[in-house]
Structures are given as C-alpha cells and as structure tokens.
Design a protein around this ligand. Structure first.
Ligand code: GDP
Length: 195
C-alpha cells in the first residue's frame, strides 16, 4: 500500500461527529501499551502520527485518520488502565460500543495483542464483542521481535486457544520494530475493504 495521505481529521466522542462520507472504516483496538500507536505509525510510514504511550484520560476519543482519501483508520482508546475510574471506564465502554454497533462503514476491527502474553480478559471481551455483532476481526500479534522466531508458533497457539479464534479470522505476526507482517496486514485489510 502506497501511502500518499494520512491525516487525523476528527476526534469524535459521539456519532454526530463521525465523518459523514461513505469511506470504509478500520477500527484499531488493544489494551494500553500493547503497541497500537506503533502499529499505526508503522503501517502508515509515519513516525508520530498516532501518539505512542499516551497517558490515560488523554485519548478518550475516537481518532479518525483519513488514509489516501480511500478509507479511515479509527484509533480507539486503549483499554485496561487500572488508574481510570469506574465512571470513566463506563463512558469509554459506551462510546466504543456505540461506535462499533452503529457505524455503517466499519469493515473490520484490527485487534492488537502482544505475542508474548496470553490475551487479557479485555482482549477476550473485545474479540467476543466483535463476534457477537458479526464484525470481522483481524488479530495482530505484535512485538514479535521480542521473542525468538522459533517460539512464534507456540505463542500463536496460546493466543488462538485463549481467544477461541475462529479459524477464518486472520492472525498476523507483526513487529513495529522490523516491519514484519506489514504486507500481510495490508493484504488482510484489503480483503475487507469492499466487503
Ligand atoms: P499503545 O499504548 O498501544 O499505543 O502502545 P505504543 O505504540 O505506545 O507502544 C508501547 C511501547 O511498546 C513503546 O515503548 C513502543 O516503543 C513499544 N513497542 C511497540 N511495538 C513494538 C514492537 O513491535 N517491538 C518492540 N520491540 N517494541 C514495541
């Protein structure tokens, strides 16, 4: 994918603020610190478009990135910050839920997990939520450079078993450090672009 344009166009908290065109959306979800911003930046060949390691409370908006005037990446705030209050968590949940269940242009959720670790309860919740609403999911197992290649299969199996991953859902081994998996990730995105 050749990136000619990648710009944040809106930070939305409610449906009236979502872009009102018909371009496809790909939502990016993952627990805080999993490497979501790094994934976005790597995919778009940008250093700092999505802010890495953003603090809790700072990015509680849905950030829409216009890519090539062709589609949107929708950066969903990271889950699992212990410090966030119950009230904030509820507001977060509502915002995400509303977006995921009402956006007509959402083509897939790109769920980022850490290849090194068993998926968290939040990871499982997000996956099950998508399955329940029949939203296609692409799993990105990132930080692959942090474990030896010979251990990838074992870790992937743990992730698949733990999520009870549907065999039709793509799981891509990725590294924002090396760019490993980038072409596969774009191919998976393309596959859902016009579905
Ligand atoms: P976010 O909170 O999910 O947006 O996570 P960030 O993208 O800010 O990444 C959290 C930390 O993990 C940062 O220190 C990144 O440099 C690091 N990181 C992210 N992806 C990778 C990766 O693929 N490999 C390695 N080695 N580090 C990564």
């Amino acid at each position: 994918m050749k990136i000619t344009k990648a710009e944040i166009v809106v930070s939305a908290v409610k449906p009236e603020q979502y872009p009102n065109d018909q371009l496809p959306h790909f939502a990016l979800a993952g627990r805080s610190n999993v490497g979501k911003s790094s994934f976005i930046n790597k995919m778009l060949n940008r250093k700092n478009l999505a802010r890495t390691s953003s603090k809790p409370g700072k990015t509680q908006t849905l950030n829409f990135f216009n890519i090539n005037d062709q589609f949107y990446f929708v950066d969903v705030p990271g889950y699992g910050f212990a410090k966030v209050s119950k009230k904030e968590r509820e507001a977060w949940g509502k915002m995400i839920e509303t977006y995921l269940t009402t956006s007509k242009n959402l083509r897939a959720v790109i769920e980022i997990v850490d290849i090194r670790h068993q998926p968290t309860e939040d990871d499982k919740l997000m996956y099950n939520f998508c399955k329940h609403y029949e939203i296609p999911v692409i799993i990105i197992a990132t930080k692959a450079d942090k474990i030896p290649r010979g251990k990838w299969d074992k870790h992937v199996k743990i992730i698949k078993d733990s999520l009870q991953l549907d065999p039709n859902d793509p799981l891509i081994i990725f590294s924002s450090e090396t760019g490993r998996g980038k072409d596969d990730a774009w191919a998976a995105i393309q596959q859902y672009m016009y579905s």
